[in-house]
Design a protein around this ligand. Structure first.
Ligand code: FES
Length: 123
């Protein structure tokens, strides 16, 4: 029997897609609070948001190695450690940095207008 792993997001908020595919996520302080990373759901796609200094990076949140949310992992500098098997990903590039992760993680565009964060998903 195959086990079905379901990943639930703690964030049930609905984000609306605006002009040219950009989603308004919200003011940076509200989005992150005291955290440096968090996960959101954009039309069923789990997205991890990571703050590195003044830059915000957005990646697919589901680890390319298995069923875990990267944004639930340990985040230090520009590296996120997957909470399931401890593989590392560079949030600036999506590059897989260590085993068992071997495939890079898809990146998404971000921009900040005023203090509002926008994300545009890549195909
Ligand atoms: S599920 Fe992420 S390293 Fe295995």
């Amino acid at each position: 029997m195959n086990a079905v792993i379901q990943i639930m997001s703690a964030d049930a908020r609905q984000y609306v897609c605006g002009d040219n595919g950009w989603f308004a996520i919200g003011p940076l302080d509200e989005v992150f609070g005291a955290r440096a990373c968090r996960g959101i759901d954009l039309e069923g796609v789990k997205i991890g948001l990571f703050r590195v200094d003044d830059e915000i990076h957005a990646l697919d949140d589901i680890c390319t190695h298995g069923a875990a949310l990267l944004s639930d992992g340990e985040f230090e500098g520009h590296e996120i450690e997957c909470p399931l098997h401890a593989g590392l990903v560079d949030v600036r590039t999506g590059r897989a940095l260590s085993a068992p992760i071997s495939r890079d993680t898809r990146r998404h565009e971000t921009k900040i207008e005023g203090d509002v964060l926008f994300v545009r998903m890549q195909a």
